[in-house]
Design a protein around this ligand. Structure first.
Ligand code: GLN
Length: 279
């Protein structure tokens, strides 16, 4: 079978399962052949070898069965960087770049910030910050030792292992010193939404998604641990889900009456991040 025929067939089969079937077929073919976009377009007319065909259809089969593309290829782009991902970690989402942007704005003039990324998963947030803040030191914490294995691979890839210390444990418990900024994309999917997840999200670690009844259980526990873990003038930058702002602000005010809270919207206009400054 020629490359272009295989692409067409694969894309027809995928079309009933997912949007963007032609693009997904193309990504899988590029992965099977080890080609970039231009390379693939130069080879559309050639015959696939038997091995190439077998490799391509096996990737395609995984996609047909619902596995997300980033787990199949081992690649996910985040903040302009390429991260290794597999089923051990949540796939970094574009909306989470908002946390990185806001953290960079806050810390750009700081001579040597210390940051904790709680629930680091693949390490995407911590590594994006390390890359853009050369004088920063970071702690990247996760309760999942499997996730930390993935984060370690990504730290090696970007040569930030000396500045990003990986710690296993529950939220802020393993953090050995107070920091300037706590940044966290914790699990925040509520119980009702968890029952109706998108099939691809179903494939991601529950541990990275499930935030209890209203989704805010982990965030509340984190906030309850935060006193004493922040340096003077420090703050928390937290990702949240649709409709969680009010409950979050109410909880923050109950815990820290003097706190300043600022809310940021993502590109889809959803209130996605909260910056909490403690006096
Ligand atoms: N944004 C993710 C989703 O919609 C949730 C990630 C999380 O819980 N931190 O699936």
């Amino acid at each position: 079978m020629r490359v272009k025929e295989a692409l067409k067939r694969a894309s027809q089969l995928l079309a009933t399962h997912c949007e963007e079937a032609p693009l997904q077929a193309e990504i899988l073919m590029r992965h099977a052949l080890g080609l970039d976009r231009a390379g693939l377009f130069g080879q559309l007319e050639r015959e696939l070898t038997a091995e190439e065909e077998a490799a391509f259809w096996s990737l395609h089969q995984r996609r047909l069965h619902g596995e997300p593309i980033p787990y199949i290829t081992g690649h996910q782009e985040f903040f302009g960087l390429d991260f290794y991902v597999d089923r051990r970690v949540l796939i970094p989402r574009p909306e989470t770049e908002l946390l990185v942007e806001k953290a960079l704005e806050l810390l750009k003039d700081h001579p040597g910030p210390v940051i904790a990324d709680v629930g680091t998963g693949s390490g995407a947030i911590a590594i994006a910050l390390a890359q853009n803040l050369p004088s920063a030191r970071l702690y990247a914490i996760d309760i999942s030792s499997e996730a930390l294995e993935v984060a370690a691979l990504n730290c090696q890839r970007y040569e930030v292992s000396s500045r990003v210390q990986l710690l296993q444990g529950d939220l802020l418990e393993p953090l050995p010193e107070a920091v300037d900024l706590i940044v966290a994309n914790l699990p925040y999917v509520g119980a009702a939404e968890l029952k109706a997840l998108d099939p691809q999200v179903e494939r991601e670690p529950r541990l990275a998604l499930a935030g209890g009844g209203d989704g805010l259980d982990m965030i509340r526990r984190l906030l309850a641990q935060a006193a004493g873990k922040l340096r003077r003038g420090g703050g928390l930058l937290l990702e949240m889900g649709l409709g969680q702002r009010e409950a979050l602000i109410r909880f923050v005010r109950g815990l820290f009456p003097e706190a300043q809270v600022e809310i940021f919207r993502d590109l889809g206009q959803i209130e996605r991040a909260a910056l909490i400054g403690l006096p």
